[in-house]
Design a protein around this ligand. Sequence first.
Ligand code: PHE
Length: 453
Amino acid sequence: MSLPGNANRDNFGSKFGILAAAAGSAVGLGNVWKFPYVTGQNGGGAFLLIYLACVLLLGVSVMLSEFSIGRRGQRNVFGSFKSLAPNTPWYFAGIMGVVAAFVILSFYSAVAGWTLEYIVHSVDGSFHSGEPLSNAFNNFITHPVRPILWQLVFMALTALIVVGGVKNGIEKYNKILMPLLVIFLLILCVRAITLPNSVEGLKFLFTPDFSKITAKTVLFAMGQAFFSLSLGMGALITYSSYFKKTENLGITAINVSIADTVIAVLSGVVIFPAVFAFHIEPSAGPSLVFITLPEIFRQMPLGSIFGFIFFALLAVAALTSTVSLLEVVVAYFSEEFKITRKKSIIITIIFASILGVFASLSFGPLSSVLIFKKSIFDLLDFVASNVLLPLGGLLIVIFVGWYMTKRDVRDEVSNGGTLNVPFFPYFRFIVRFIAPVAIAAIFIYSIFYGSLG
Ligand code: PHE
């Protein structure tokens, strides 16, 4: 039998709320900012194909593992490991998740803050001022105050949502923001596809050139899939601890993975036709959406409106992700140290903002501070994305594949035997054999080669 739910805990109220919140966590800067530029740098269609394979083969199973731990554990990420594996050091995996969430929140909010500045720029005419857009971008991110102010605004918005709790905060806002995000994205897709020469962009994204596939492409794709699906650090463990015992975990994992992937691909459909229509290089890298796209909005009729919609889309995507990051830390503090959620939110926000300010300043005044040859921002990103997430993911699949009994995992995935789970043997095989090897490969590679982008 599955363990009884904890009646004192807040829970998600509806299926749609669960989907919106979990997809909200997954869909973020990783989809709209990182996916297009990583795809652009790695050969377009070939990368997309490998990426899809990674999501399908690994992503869905790792996500289902996280859901199984969270819903069975019924506590925050640390507490869930503790309740499923008492008197063992497995809780260490949970602590790592909390640390990863905290670190990601601190640097992710810096880039998230940029989106707010760019929402303002798209309507105040700055894109049309004649100043080269790369200068504008560099002047902004190296400014000692402006990016920090936006970062703090972004933190505050995140806190305002999380303070409402699971049902009246996280669920409520995701149910509004996620449909809004889809509407913004569809408007932009129609605009992009109807641009002259859009076919070139679509060809770049959808025609695989197999000669471009190398071991590096595969590892990049896997790293990107993990980050994009919010795997490896307990965001989905925390959220699923609030799922109903009747929720179908397998279907939810599939739906969230599909939503995340479709939104990443549609972001590519927005960006590449625009890039090709205006004869710009698709491999611009991280500046693709902050320099290249504004250039396009500058040249496009009604560009201010489309610019506004694009950066609002980016901000919404980032916000629903920072909400899930903050919740990981807040659930941990409030449940394990028995302090109120409000207090834990305030404490977390203060400390994440302090670290975040250093991350932000490392683009400007602190750019000469290098630790292991990396700026503070890059170091935080590296530690979280290249060390903590893969290690967390590895521990999660080993936990579900090897520590938990087959009976318990099946019991959780099938809701105590009430659901048909024909995929179970396949899932278990991946979690026991394929995923640990693949994740260990990403991990080792990314340690040796620095950054997975
Ligand atoms: N998945 C988010 C994105 O694609 C980032 C994220 C990672 C959010 C891990 C929560 C946890 O932007």
